[in-house]
Design a protein around this ligand. Sequence first.
Ligand SMILES: Nc1ncnc2c1ncn2[C@@H]1O[C@H](COP(=O)(O)OP(=O)(O)OP(=O)(O)O)[C@@H](O)[C@H]1O
Ligand SMILES: [Mg+2]
Length: 501
Amino acid sequence: MAAPIIEFAGISKRYGGVRALRDVSFAVERGEVHALVGENGSGKSTLIRICGGVFPPDEGTLRFDGRPVSFATPLQARAAGISIVHQEIPVCPDLTAAQNVFLGRALPRRGPWVDWRELNRQAEALFARLGVDLRPTAFAGDLSVAQRQTVAIAHALSEDAKLLILDEPTSALNRQEAERLFEIVQGLKAHGVTIVYVSHRLDEVFGVADRISALRDGRYVGTVPRAEATPAAVVKMMVGRDVALLFPKSAPAAAVGETLLSVRGFSAPGRFADVSFDLRRGETLGLVGLQGSGTSEVLRALAGLPPHPTGEIRLAGEPIRPASAAAAIAHQIAYVPADRQGEGLFAPMSVRENATLLLLRKLATALGWVPTRALDEIVRGMVGRFQIRAPSAAAPVSSLSGGNQQKVVIARSLSTEPLVILLDDPTRGIDVGAKAEVHAILGKLTEQGCGVLLVSSELPEALAMSDRLLAMVGGRVVAELPGGADEETVMGLVTAAGAAA
Ligand SMILES: Nc1ncnc2c1ncn2[C@@H]1O[C@H](COP(=O)(O)OP(=O)(O)OP(=O)(O)O)[C@@H](O)[C@H]1O
Ligand SMILES: [Mg+2]
């Protein structure tokens, strides 16, 4: 048998006092799609960073293509044939989408000059292959999280890789967009490329993987062939116990009350147009649509962020016009942004500072001093409620795993006793256990009379959590559906109508 394409032998890695990986040994066979699963903070991204030459392991060896390797830089790993889509989406905001795709690679040339037209053409072809309508000349800084993720994937695909590693590549993509990626993954596999795939979405893992390996607390648990595994068994490998996989809420809210938020003729040129709806107390209203359909933009606008739209917003009957994030919060509107890295967190600041940011004014004494002890009390509550895994309240939030950073943003947004809760893909990147926890917390908040406006890239989640759904295409609401609607109907509405429009 040919040597494995990559082999981990006794890999350990610490970050200061945190043991992220402990004696991890397993192999990825040539030509397979190998899924890597594990709870938030279990060490998946750390293992991938070692493969990618971001840093070396403290102990153990990495063998690639039959030989022991130690990559000193990401460029060396890439030169050896390892291409990675990292979990945190690194795009240069001041470069265009196409320039980001070709970053660090040979540019198409015409004589001594870069052939920009050819570069844009090639990038456009890659986006088309990924099934997204993305302008190659758009500045990356203006793109949504989902669009930036597409650019990162295109960047990785455009290389002659022997091993392609995808760390939660579809976390911001919806089902249809993800399926396009899987077709491409299967195509690459057919050409002999090996793929390592990290995801918290078990349906995807079971859809694409030949074999599945799990990490728990930085330790390797085991590898199972997909054909012999069940989702429940894989979750048990990850968590170490049985976990309910279903969404807790599947029936419409029993006690939907009076209108809480009323939106009329909401328009922002180029983003969305003439959006009108009512959100009632106790209700969860889902906004569904593909990339660029305007769902996220509607939430942003209600959260007081630019561009400020025209139209009317009434909160409990009173007209309001939130012109800033602070104004929206003062109106008891909470917002969980999709871009938690960019808009949600201040990386160098501590978990404590990030988590309690919105409470400082309320907690401050007359002298403007906030007792650390009170803050730590609150952080402890959040950590327990959302199962946030952090070494301490004083640790920089950037030292948390991707999923745990997400939980900090959600906990902070919900800390302000909101009436209206705007959620943009709240459970993206969060492991199964914590996801169920977030759903349960939302269930409690709606029982207490909050109204929830939910955008989710995971359609099953939107369908299970919402009492009603609005389908959006090209910035307009095209249909309203009951919460029990089936996936095919909704997909049909957001895609076919899109083609017609
Ligand atoms: N830069 C860092 N400094 C300190 N600790 C870190 C750093 N990056 C990660 N860690 C810690 O290492 C552990 C493993 O993190 P890692 O990012 O590998 O997890 P993960 O499995 O990718 O999780 P997720 O599913 O949330 O992305 C976590 O406990 C995390 O807090
Ligand atoms: Mg990770």
